[in-house]
Write a new protein. Structure first.
Length: 298
């Protein structure tokens, strides 16, 4: 009987001591969270490729798939053909004024020759005036033709502007048809699969940066005066049944207003009705998960 009762008594005292010790072991408690980003489709169509799985680590800028864009590609080719056809109607100003340029060249030679003859009294002033007039007429014809051809050319260029804008819009849609990850992190949830139809704004996957994780904990008003942003604290999480893993953490945010104690959170002073939320940044070794329970030693 003594052999039975003695270990039982020791065990009872040990249990009471452990419970009492655990109650004083932490000053605040809460759960781990991370900034979660839901990546949605930016184009409509069938998902043709999607290289990601839940738990996969992705880098920002990494291409992971694409949405069917063949119709966009064909539409772009059609617009490019329209632009080419429109610009092919542009007049060749140099070629169409070449004949008048040659006439001007000959008229200038005649003008110069007549002026030389007039000096030697071999030509009359009227002949020189006629030569001058011919030069002026041809120059005006060239100017008028260049202006007319320039207007036609500018008009055709203007006709291609709306087509060019449509091409830019399609280029943007083609870029958005490629699924490019924009955030370093781990895939938490996958919402779509290959060959599924999607639409603009429809979620494809959820990702979060887990290299550093945040513990949202709650403290009482009495504890508020003993903490500050940038303060280092210890964060405890369950390791085994009777032990904790300890992580160094830094307080990065303290709420400036009180709130009622969350039902799932226990504080050091169980009689407190109002608590203050704090966020503690912790470097994650891969063990910490979103939603895990953690305790804080200030």
């Amino acid at each position: 009987m003594k052999r039975t009762l003695l270990p039982l008594a020791v065990l009872t005292l040990t249990s009471l001591f452990s419970c009492s010790k655990s109650e004083d072991r932490y000053d605040a408690s809460g759960t781990f969270e991370a900034v979660e980003t839901i990546v949605s489709a930016q184009a409509s169509g069938t998902i043709k490729e999607l290289n990601l799985e839940e738990g996969q680590v992705l880098k920002a800028g990494q291409a992971i798939g694409y949405i069917d864009s063949i119709q966009l590609y064909l539409k772009k080719q059609q617009l490019l053909a329209q632009v080419k056809a429109t610009l092919s109607s542009k007049p060749d100003i140099h070629a169409q004024t070449a004949a008048l340029q040659e006439q001007l060249y000959q008229a200038l030679r005649e003008q110069k020759r007549t002026a030389s003859l007039l000096k030697s009294d071999a030509a009359t002033q009227k002949q020189l005036d006629d030569a001058n007039t011919q030069v002026d007429v041809i120059r005006k014809q060239i100017t008028a033709l260049q202006s007319s051809l320039g207007i036609t050319s500018a008009s055709l260029n203007d006709q291609t502007v709306p087509l060019s804008v449509q091409i830019q819009q399609i280029d943007d849609q083609l870029r958005k048809s490629r699924i490019i990850n924009q955030v370093n992190g781990t895939v938490l949830t996958k919402y779509a699969e290959v060959n599924e139809g999607t639409d603009i704004g429809k979620p494809i996957y959820k990702i979060a940066e887990l290299n550093t994780i945040t513990l949202r904990a709650y403290i009482t008003g009495n504890q508020l005066f003993h903490i500050k942003v940038g303060q280092q604290v210890k964060v405890l999480v369950d390791d085994t049944k009777d032990s904790y893993k300890t992580y160094p953490g830094i307080i990065e945010w303290v709420s400036n207003k009180a709130e009622f104690t969350p039902k799932t959170i226990q504080t050091k002073d169980e009689r407190a009705n109002l608590v203050y939320a704090i966020k503690i940044r912790i470097k994650n070794d891969g063990y910490l998960k979103i939603g895990m329970y953690g305790e804080v030693k200030l």
